[in-house]
Write a protein that binds this ligand. Structure first.
Ligand code: IVH
Length: 672
């Protein structure tokens, strides 16, 4: 095939064209959910744009589709005042309360009837986004309604949030868009499944998970959780723009924001009530959690006349659906012992249908929760399940307590191995003290064999139970001593399966260091932390020798992690285990990239222009943390000039001197 000639006169034109195309495809994919091109094609366009921007860092702008990657973690969230108060809404729980609201509205308007807009109420976090001349410049959380937290860098990573919008003629140059950041149920289920595997506390609902993802200091974490921004309110100078709420919704949609398609213009409150009932049972089908319907007076003039009382507008109300709850009986309480030895009580229930699924188990969290609920085996209990959350017992129906209800006695020892149990002073969780408790061993082995750890596919739950029960495996290292004959002699095993498993175990010796580290199941050491530690120390011996204070100097490693790592490697049993892994030939080395040694040591950098993902101070701190220096002026000794958007004369100087120029993306890569 003959080489295609590039139709663009220069890079700037091609970059502009690519950004236009990518924005359109992002919109089709993330906002409308109607992609027109394949993911591969999208990636190819994105890669072309990245390459051009790398070659021409001076052309990188913060609204470029390449800038959604998420920059360096920040020190803390910065607070900033809202243009006008983010009001919250009064609630209604019944048709009568809704009609009272309508009554008050009509009275307030002098018995004029009001049109309402009924919108599904999204269960997320309210946000205020600011656009200057079409460019997304800032996003604030609700905070206390008057002052919010600046989460701009995190918001940039949300694909359905436009980084640039085209303002129609006559629009003000500064607009504000309010709406809700939500986590789709599917993304929530995924996040919690991952957390469960790592024995991290689960998020109670998608809303909390979204809040967690949005308020983290590291935008890369936000980027890794699938969040969505759904707009519902358009303002200019702190006041609603356009004469009615319905116009605002339409205008937001036209601007390219994701808006909920689920709203209706209602001529009276009866129509709004019909809309509420319409969704009562259908809302479970939506990709997001909704906890009600917001009813708003449509006309802006009427809204203005009604005004607000304390923190609520008089022109809107939130009708709240009752949580999906039910009543059933507690048949038993079981104690599960996890990999870290944590004892978790689980309620065994008479199966009850809740929100379309049959629920037969619910978490009771810990001993304190059992005491708080004063729950007894045999009790009638209220169970609630919001969305895809693990069902929860919210109360005991005391009037229905049977006379033979039995108090639950928290075990004085591990229910699996009978060992001593302990808990940390301020902690609610009891743990089995026996590191080789069979339950802990089974769970630890399952973790060890996981795909993202040592990846030993054939080592499933049933086989682990056989291996531990037969005494063939008492710790990780025993896996590497397994012999074909005794293995083949296990029930349902045979020579062929045994040989397969041994081959897989053999292959696992070559896993990268960070996987080995993760597989060990050290407290607080999840996948990401394992990667950071492996990168910082390069091999396990160096890591094992590191005192907690030194570990804390690794970016993102806090005191709790550092202490847990130090403690793990101080333990003689763990050291012996690692020695056996080493002798078996398990890889304990990685490629060293030590920031402690200062990967930028002796190099001097100059910053120019604005970076999209971090401030000048943060960029400087990041360079210094790696041993580099930041200089004010470019000279021949400058290692590189970091060029953000709208760079100054320093860039020209760098060009003239032949000094290396780094785009933001390249700079971030260098810091990695
Ligand atoms: S309107 C004055 N519309 O519900 C206007 N709020 O309980 C106030 N919410 O803080 C907000 N979906 O976070 C509005 N379609 C919607 C909404 C909505 C969810 C949230 C919002 C608000 C809270 C009040």
């Amino acid at each position: 095939m003959a080489a295609e000639t590039n139709p663009f006169p220069d890079a700037a034109h091609e970059i502009a064209a690519l950004r236009g195309q990518l924005r359109r495809h992002e919109y089709l994919y993330y906002v409308l959910d109607q992609p027109e091109i394949s993911d591969a094609r999208f990636d190819a366009l994105m890669n072309r744009l990245k390459a051009l921007e790398q070659a021409h860092p001076e052309l990188v702008t913060p609204d470029s589709p390449t800038q959604r990657v998420g920059g360096e973690p920040r020190e803390g969230l910065v607070r900033a005042p809202h243009s006008s108060r983010l009001l919250s809404l009064d609630n209604a729980y019944s048709e009568a309360e809704l009609r009272d609201f309508d009554h008050r509205v009509r009275q307030g308007l002098g018995d004029e009837s009001a049109d309402y807009v009924a919108e599904l109420k999204l269960d997320g976090l309210s946000l205020a986004l600011h656009y200057h001349q079409g460019l997304f410049v800032r996003g604030l959380t609700r905070g206390n309604g008057e002052i919010g937290e600046d989460v701009t860098a995190n918001l940039r990573t949300i694909r359905s949030l436009p980084l640039r919008v085209t303002l129609p003629d006559g629009f003000p140059s500064d607009i504000e868009v309010r709406g809700e950041v939500v986590m789709p149920r599917a993304a929530f289920a995924q996040v919690n499944a991952e957390r469960e595997k790592e024995e991290l506390a689960l998020f109670a609902n998608p809303r909390n998970a979204a809040a967690g993802a949005l308020r983290v200091l590291d935008p890369r974490i936000t980027a890794s959780r699938r969040l969505d921004f759904i707009a519902y309110y358009l303002l200019a100078q702190g006041e609603p723009w356009l004469p009615a709420q319905a116009d605002g919704l339409q205008a937001l949609k036209n601007l390219g924001f994701k808006t909920s398609p689920h709203w209706r213009l209602c001529p009276d409150i009866g129509a709004a009530w019909a809309y509420i009932q319409d969704w009562e049972n259908r809302r479970a089908e939506l990709p997001y959690e909704t906890d009600g319907v917001v009813i708003k007076v449509n006309s802006r003039a009427a809204q203005h006349r009604l005004g607000t009382v304390s923190k609520y507008p008089r022109w809107a109300i939130a009708y709240k659906y009752a949580a999906r709850g039910g009543e059933t009986r507690l048949l038993d309480i079981e104690i599960q012992v996890g990999r870290t030895g944590a004892l978790t009580p689980v309620a065994v229930l008479e199966p009850v249908p809740l929100g379309g699924v049959l629920v037969s188990r619910a978490t009771l969290h810990n001993q304190d929760e059992i005491a708080r609920l004063d729950i007894r085996v045999g009790d009638a209990v209220r169970v609630e399940r919001s969305g895809d959350v693990i069902p929860k017992i919210t109360a005991v129906v005391l009037e229905k307590r049977p006379p033979d209800a039995r108090e639950f006695h928290w075990p004085g020892q591990c229910p699996v191995c009978g060992s001593h149990i302990w808990r940390e002073p301020e902690e609610a969780v009891w743990r089995c003290a026996n590191a080789s408790c069979p339950a802990r061993l089974r769970e630890s082995l399952r973790h060890f064999a996981r795909r993202n750890a040592m990846d030993i596919d054939g080592l499933g739950e049933a086989l682990i139970a056989q291996l531990t029960a037969s005494g063939l495996v008492r710790d990780f290292a025993d896996l590497y001593d397994l012999q074909p004959e005794p293995l083949a002699a296990l029930e349902r095993m045979g020579e062929k399966s045994a040989a397969n498993l041994l081959a897989q175990i053999e292959a696992s010796k070559r896993r990268e260091l960070h996987r080995v580290l993760f597989a060990l199941g050290i407290r607080h050491v999840g996948e990401r932390v394992a990667r950071l530690l492996a990168q910082a120390y390069g091999d396990l011996d160096a890591l094992m020798a590191a005192p907690a204070l030194e570990l804390e100097t690794v970016p993102e490693i806090g005191p709790a992690i550092a202490a847990a790592v130090e403690q793990f490697f101080q333990e003689p049993l763990n050291r012996a285990l690692i020695e056996r892994l080493r002798r078996a030939g398990v890889n304990l080395r990685g490629s060293r990239q030590s920031p402690a040694a200062g990967k930028l040591a002796g190099q001097s950098f100059v910053l120019t222009g604005t970076l999209a993902s971090l401030t000048r101070e943060q960029a400087a701190a990041a360079i210094e943390a790696r041993g580099g220096k930041v200089a004010a002026a470019v000279s021949r000794k400058t290692a590189a000039v970091v060029a953000g958007a709208a760079p100054g004369s320093k860039l020209d100087k760098a060009r003239a001197l032949g000094v290396r120029i780094l785009s933001e993306a390249e700079f971030l890569q260098l810091l990695e």
